[in-house]
Design a protein around this ligand. Structure first.
Ligand code: BES
Ligand code: MN
Ligand code: ZN
Length: 508
């Protein structure tokens, strides 16, 4: 990952591959954003005109490259669009900074060093720019032929070094913002790696082994239930989904405890390392990206490790429900009845509705510890994608205030999310003539039906929310802002923010 430092140096004397500046969309054309004064001065104060001549408007996502002025030690200036210029007195929006830094960092893949001269008004801006650079510079080329020399053949290794100009290396708040961004983005990028890793390599056992390594490194407690232990303890949901695969399931419990905590959060992640649909097989065209079906577990994993690295004053337990959903002679059939960990029976009407089965067992296990709140994260339904599109996750909950707090936390960190209801009338669609409940209900509102199913497996009186990240977890389109193609790390920053707010006593 890119190594970031703060510096109060002036841009002209800095030796780098490029200097990134901000350009905003003003009322009468592009406006050079604060932070780039020295650069503007070297263009005789005419940088905005130069940018306009080059076709720049300051729109979000826009990049304009121009040769650095005479006397500069760097050859290139890159102007990144920040969108509308803020009103007088108002600062630049954190998300605008994050995106502009991300777009610039992405174009700098392959470069050694770049300086970022973007508007730094406060520590929050330092954090946002750092996040944008660290997340934008991500690349996944583990599986590309690198010619055996450890270098990416196409020269697209992430930007090696970034200098944040205007960030004060001796300012405690600036330093803390950089350290926080570094810890969270490192874990978030690791989650992206897990999501992008092909399912023949990332089996449930392989995922659990990686969690074990991280637990050791960061002093977390870990407990891994293998298929034998799951059978012994009656985890019928996780076993039922995993029993068709040659790669057996796992339930991983990862605990971070702080001696100063008085709250306990449980995060539960759907970890289907590959979702073929099982006997209710997905047709071609619907299974090529289903390695992403463990994105919820990857997000939970990243969030728990982040909480530990940040030393948050809250206890956080992560539950990774890991299984591979495959068709085979031993696979669960439509019509089978599973006895879940909670004791309830479920008639499996569609083996492709597997996420709710593994989550049900993990939710019940999490409930036994009586945490203050449980949040589950899952690529659960195609219906949620139809409802909210590919960039927004849905939030359902058994508590309106908690749902609103999560929505607010998501907004704060720049993750698009939207509250969704749990309409009671949809519950009866899951009535089964044979078992306590069926794993499928009405087709209409399928994302909400899935939420209602999960609610049945949350312990009495426990505050719970469900994030359906089926849309934003995996970016099938081109990269945008600081979001790459492929695994995005959706929900990681929301979960970390939630843990921070809980630690600060601002939640629950
Ligand atoms: N993993 C899928 C949901 C999904 C679809 C995630 C597309 C990301 C992109 C989930 O297991 C699934 O197959 N859900 C079914 C449920 C249905 C059978 C009730 C769905 O949404 O079609
Ligand atoms: Mn499925
Ligand atoms: Zn699935």
């Amino acid at each position: 990952m890119t190594a970031l430092t703060l510096s109060t140096s002036a841009a002209p004397g800095l030796r780098a591959d490029a200097i990134v500046i901000g350009v905003a969309k003003g009322a009468k054309g592009p406006v050079v954003a604060p932070g780039a004064e020295a650069v503007d001065k070297a263009y005789d104060g005419k940088l905005a005109d130069v940018l306009e001549t080059l076709g720049s408007s300051g729109a979000e996502g826009e990049l304009t490259k121009l040769p650095a002025p005479a006397g500069f030690k760097s050859p290139l200036v890159i102007a990144a669009g920040l969108g509308a210029e803020p009103d007088a007195g108002a600062g630049y929006d954190a998300e605008a900074l994050r995106r502009a830094a991300g777009v610039a960092a992405r174009t700098l893949n392959g470069a050694k060093k770049a300086a970022f001269a973007l508007p730094v008004e406060d520590a929050a801006a330092v954090g946002a720019i750092a996040e944008g650079v660290l997340l934008g510079a991500y690349s996944f080329d583990v599986y590309k032929d690198n010619g055996g020399n450890g270098k990416a053949k196409n020269g697209k290794a992430p930007l090696a070094e970034g200098v944040l100009l205007g960030g004060k290396p001796r300012d405690a708040a600036h330093k803390a913002a950089l350290a926080r961004a570094t810890a969270v983005c490192e874990e978030l990028n690791r989650a992206r790696d897990l999501i992008n890793t092909p399912p023949n390599d990332l089996t449930p056992a392989a995922f659990a082994a990686l969690a074990q390594g991280a637990a050791k490194e960061h002093g977390l407690k870990i407990q891994i239930l293998d298929d034998k232990a799951l059978a012994k303890d009656g985890y019928g949901g996780i076993l039922g989904v995993g029993v068709g695969s040659a790669a057996p399931p796992r339930l991983v419990k990862l605990s971070y405890t702080s001696p100063k905590a008085d709250k306990h959060l449980a995060f539960v992640g759907k970890g289907i390392t590959y979702d073929s649909g099982g006997i209710s097989l997905k047709p071609a065209g619907h299974n090529e990206t289903m390695k992403c079906d463990m994105s919820g577990a990857a997000a939970v994993f990243a969030a728990v490790v982040s909480a530990a690295r940040l030393g948050l004053k809250v206890n956080v337990t992560g539950w990774l429900a890991l299984a591979e959903n495959m068709p085979s002679g031993s696979a669960v059939r439509p019509g089978d009845v599973l006895r879940m960990y909670s004791g309830k029976t479920v008639e499996v009407l569609n083996t492709d509705a597997e996420g709710r089965l593994v989550l049900a067992d993990a939710l019940w296990a999490a409930s036994a510890e009586k945490p203050d709140a449980i949040v589950d994260v899952a690529t659960l339904t195609g219906a949620m994608m139809l409802a909210l599109g590919s960039r927004t996750f849905g939030i359902m909950a058994n508590d309106d205030a908690f749902r609103a707090s999560i929505h607010e936390a998501a907004e704060e960190v720049g993750e698009p999310a939207w509250p969704m209801p749990l309409p009671e009338h949809l519950r009866k669609g899951m009535d089964s003539p044979t078992a306590d409940i069926a794993n499928m209900g009405e087709r209409m509102g399928g994302g909400l039906v899935a939420g209602l199913f999960l609610r049945e497996f949350v312990g009495e009186g426990i505050t719970w929310a469900h994030l359906d990240i089926a849309g934003p977890a995996f970016n099938e389109g081109g990269p945008f802002g600081y979001t790459p193609k492929g695994g995005t790390g959706s929900a990681v920053r929301t979960l970390v923010r939630l843990a921070e707010l809980t630690a600060e006593g601002d939640l629950g």
